[in-house]
Design a protein around this ligand. Structure first.
Ligand SMILES: C[S@@+](CC[C@H](N)C(=O)[O-])C[C@H]1O[C@@H](n2cnc3c(N)ncnc32)[C@H](O)[C@@H]1O
Length: 281
């Protein structure tokens, strides 16, 4: 996203991101993680990957970037010594404070680009956040600098390229062309730059991580996304039946991808909605 961006452009992007998530805060958890069978499965699979790779210990000091409504903060806070959860959006933090009240959590409203901390952490993580940063290399560098030697950095982010976006773009094009209405359901309404998995992996290596691995997390059929039906002429009942069958199959794949060898994992990335990068310092 950084190409030819001035400081004013970056600031204005950050303002748009903050305003968007302030506005979306009361619905975000429901819409994204809890509101449909597909969304709940996305949440469960992401949770399994996150907890497995973070491997949180009860002595760990943890930093979470872009905690949003605090679903991951809640999970991690039950396992660690202390978690600092930051977010640029005041309203997202209000949601998070309602959800998470343990004494070992510190919330802070701050733009991570401006976050100033002299401590280092055992684990640093973010879920679905890095795609909103104008300079992801700088973000990864800062995450790595804030991680202790021997600690872990885990990033979960949207995949690109993937069959899901290819389908959505094709669908949007056909709709506009034939029906002259509607937009692709995946077109973002805020500045978002998905990062190629291999590019993100290189960034981790460049920023001082010794061992870096990439895993597809949420694997999905390009046809049914977040419980939105895509084949209206089939009727809701039949679509639901297909959606559930697809969901079961792709969930099975998602859960087994964690133990797959690297070439199979890389192949599965094109079916993934999100992927995870883990770096060991
Ligand atoms: C898609 S939401 C994900 C929220 C949460 N991690 C989750 O998975 O439920 C992205 C979050 O990142 C936050 N965010 C975006 N840019 C940020 C920045 N520069 N500094 C801190 N937080 C940021 C947003 O306010 C929002 O809460």
């Amino acid at each position: 996203m950084l190409k030819n961006m001035s400081c004013a452009d970056i600031k204005s992007n950050q303002d748009r991101v903050r305003r968007y998530f302030d506005y979306d805060s009361s619905r975000f958890a429901e819409n994204r993680w809890l509101g449909s069978d597909v969304a709940r499965e996305d949440y469960n699979i992401t949770m399994e990957y996150l907890l497995d790779f973070l491997d949180v210990q009860d002595t760990d000091e943890v930093l979470e970037i872009g905690c949003g409504p605090g679903l991951w903060t809640d999970l991690v806070s039950r396992r660690c010594h202390h978690i600092t959860a930051i977010d640029i959006s005041r309203d997202m933090l209000m949601q998070a404070r309602k959800r998470v009240q343990p004494e070992n959590v510190t919330f802070q409203q701050v733009n991570f680009d401006e976050y100033d901390d002299s401590r280092t952490y055992d684990k640093v993580f973010s879920v679905r956040v890095i795609e909103y940063f104008s300079d992801p290399l700088q973000t990864v560098r800062k995450m790595c600098e804030l991680t202790k030697k021997g600690g872990k950095v885990v990033v979960v982010t949207k995949t690109s390229p993937t069959l899901i976006t290819v389908r959505a773009k094709l669908w949007g094009f056909l709709r506009r062309f034939f029906l002259r209405k509607g937009e692709s359901i995946l077109e973002p309404s805020l500045p978002m730059a998905k990062i190629l998995p291999f590019r993100l992996r290189r960034m981790f290596l460049k920023c001082g991580c010794a061992k870096v691995d990439v895993y597809p997390v949420v694997l999905r059929s390009p046809l049914f996304i977040h419980g939105r039906y895509s084949l209206p002429w089939l009727g809701d009942k039949l679509q639901h039946k297909y959606e559930m069958a697809m969901l079961r199959f792709f969930n099975f794949l998602s859960r087994h991808a964690i133990t797959a060898c690297a070439p199979v994992r890389y192949l599965l990335l094109v079916f993934s909605e999100t992927y995870l990068v883990i770096g060991q310092k």
